[in-house]
Write a protein that binds this ligand. Structure first.
Ligand code: NAD
Ligand code: TYD
Length: 360
């Protein structure tokens, strides 16, 4: 029975990954989820797994090396899947410090703890131990509108404090692989969407605002391009890289679903209209009139796009969920989880929302 240490499992992608893994492996694996429960961590995301005997939640900060070492000492960890991070670009522009603390120093703590637990006296490692560092395509910087794709060989050129902190953490993982032959992989994924995404990110924010007849803020000219991936495809890719990928390699995850932000907003509005039943009062609220162009994000990257050739060739992964299907699944999930949205949009999120948008 393999034991997984998942960091940041109460967040958006981490919680989807935990669901994916229990669906796939059932009782064959054990998962220990370590999460600090910041504003982005929500245990409601894991309600349906919390009663499992092979699941444990530990509330801890990944920067707390004593606590992280203790978890490794008390458990024979086989796999680390490291999601925990501050993940929102706009927040990183307002307050970069916590991004360096969690994303850079926290990753260093995780690397040191895993290395100490797994390394043998001769400098090799216990058999079949693996660390996977979950990262982003934003480390590669920005592409021209008609200018190519991100490959694993694309030089790093981060622009935001968020992407700079993720790039730094990737570099540390690379350094541990090169210097200590530390058994790891890095995945750099494009923008995710799906259930449990916190409504400060574009897609859940637009769905939630549209359903409440609130303005839909579009940064700049709305023509920035992101390469959107359904979160369960990402979860599957992470597992496939960890089990089938070559150690010490980086794999880009994403692919060929590039859309301008304004296109995304129109698709959401059209799909909401289609899916809301006749007579539902929200049908009146959902309207293109809500679209509001606001001041652009500082240093706003123009385009991200992944060429997923390596992961396809070496691991057999490809993006399975078409955007048209994924967005319907996501909207359906939000329809069925109104209480989840109410809980996350109260309190901290509201304060944050006002701070970010009151002047726009
Ligand atoms: P998220 O913000 O939804 O979740 C992050 C989780 O980490 C939360 O549960 C939070 O409580 C936890 N966390 C934050 N600081 C912590 C700390 N110091 N100690 C322990 N836990 C802490 O983020 P997400 O969108 O699920 O992203 C997860 C990972 O995937 C991140 O590393 C991110 O860089 C990467 N990624 C995200 C995307 C995307 O589109 N969301 C795309 C590619 C890569
Ligand atoms: P976001 O979901 O924050 O992801 P990232 O910045 O990591 O790509 O934003 C996706 C795109 O949507 C990005 O180009 C910024 C834009 N955006 C808006 O136009 N309005 C918004 O309210 C938000 C949150 C994002």
């Amino acid at each position: 029975m393999r034991t997984y240490l998942v960091t940041g499992g109460a967040g958006f992608i981490g919680s989807n990954y935990i669901h994916y893994m229990f669906e796939k492996y059932g009782e064959e694996i054990r998962i220990i989820n370590v999460d600090k429960l910041t504003y982005a961590g929500n245990l409601e995301n894991l309600k349906d797994v919390e009663g499992r005997e092979n699941y444990t939640f530990v509330k801890a900060d990944i920067c707390d090396s004593e606590k992280i070492n203790q978890i490794f000492a008390e458990n024979d960890i086989d796999r680390v899947v490291h999601f925990a991070a501050e993940s929102h670009v706009d927040r990183s522009i307002k307050n970069p410090t916590v991004f360096v603390e969690t994303n850079v120093l926290g990753t260093l703590v995780m690397l040191n703890a895993a290395k100490a637990a797994w390394e043998l006296p001769d400098g090799t490692y216990k058999e079949d131990k693996k660390f996977l560092h979950v990262s982003t395509d934003e480390v590669y910087g920005s592409l021209e509108e008609d200018g190519g794709y991100f490959y694993e060989t694309t030089p790093y050129a981060p622009h935001s404090p968020y992407s700079a902190s993720k790039a730094s953490s990737d570099m540390l993982v690379k350094a541990y692989m090169d210097t200590y032959k530390f058994p790891a992989n890095i995945t750099n994924c494009s923008n995710n969407y799906g259930p449990y995404q916190f409504p400060e990110k574009l897609i859940p924010l637009i769905i939630n605002n549209a359903l409440h007849g609130k303005k839909l803020p579009v940064y700049g000219d709305g023509k920035n391009v992101r390469d959107w991936l359904y979160v369960m495809d990402h979860a599957k890719g992470i597992d496939m890289v960890q089990e089938k990928g070559r150690l010490f390699e980086t794999y880009n995850i994403g692919g060929h679903n590039e859309k301008q932000n304004i296109q995304i907003i129109h698709i959401i509005l059209d799909t909401l209209q289609e899916m809301l039943p006749e007579g539902d009062p929200r049908k009146e609220l959902v309207s293109e009139k809500l679209i509001t162009y606001v001041e652009d994000r500082k240093g706003h990257d123009r385009r991200y796009a992944i060429a997923p050739d390596k992961i396809k060739e070496e691991v057999g992964w490809y993006p399975e969920t078409m955007f048209e299907d994924g967005i319907r699944l996501t909207i359906q999930w939000f329809f069925e989880h109104e209480d989840w949205m109410e809980h996350v949009t109260s309190g901290d999120y509201q304060k944050y929302y006002q701070e970010m948008y009151q002047d726009k």
